[in-house]
Design a protein around this ligand. Structure first.
Ligand SMILES: C[S@@+](CC[C@H](N)C(=O)[O-])C[C@H]1O[C@@H](n2cnc3c(N)ncnc32)[C@H](O)[C@@H]1O
Length: 178
């Protein structure tokens, strides 16, 4: 079985899409360790922000028994390679977008990366997350000032701060376990 790193390398592109392990440090420093124990479970996974679809393809290969849903606000050309992946067109800050979805095990917000959007989407989706489910927000900007708000949002919020590794202000993940 391929590691997440190997799968990521297959799907990341020089054009800059699929930047979780290139511009950012998430694959090597966070996802590799965080997902290893749940890889073969039957999970319902939702990612906000599809773009070219490369990360949905990556998750689908890494989690062979899971369903992957992507949510994207823009019209995109991406066609999923298999039936475990579906894409919903809609705005992640609008609850209507998620009306067909419930019981999620894992949510990854890689959408607009705007703080207020991240909070709105969390407020909409948290009740759809199963107990012990994981809510992950990528590219959290200005963590020195906004970290306190994520901690107020949940006592289980953890901040993974990789800013020094690639000298990027937004190389930060907030993880909330239900
Ligand atoms: C960083 S890209 C996603 C990249 C993808 N997850 C990957 O790793 O390959 C962010 C995407 O989020 C979409 N987006 C921005 N705001 C959104 C919103 N409010 N609702 C849904 N999608 C949004 C953008 O159109 C863009 O395609």
């Amino acid at each position: 079985m391929k590691t997440l790193n190997e799968i990521y390398n297959k799907y990341s592109s020089p054009e800059g899409s699929g930047d979780k392990g290139t511009a950012h440090s998430y694959i090597e420093k966070y996802y590799n360790k965080r997902f290893i124990d749940i890889r073969y479970e039957r999970l319902n996974i939702l990612e906000i922000g599809v773009s070219t679809g490369l990360s949905l393809e990556m998750w689908s290969e890494y989690f062979p028994n899971s369903k992957i849903i992507g949510v994207e606000i823009e019209k995109i050309d991406y066609k999923p390679s298999n039936k475990r992946i579906t894409v919903i067109k809609g705005d992640a800050t609008d609850s209507k977008t998620f009306s067909s979805i419930d019981s999620l095990d894992l949510i990854i917000d890689d959408g607009s990366h705007i703080f207020t959007d991240q909070i709105f989407t969390f407020a909409i989706l948290y009740h759809k997350l199963k107990r012990k489910g994981l809510y992950i927000i990528e590219d959290v900007r200005n963590i020195d000032s906004v970290g306190i708000f994520f901690r107020r949002l949940s006592h289980n919020a953890k901040i993974f701060d990789f800013r020094k590794l690639k000298d990027r202000n937004d190389d930060v993940i907030v993880e909330i376990t239900k």
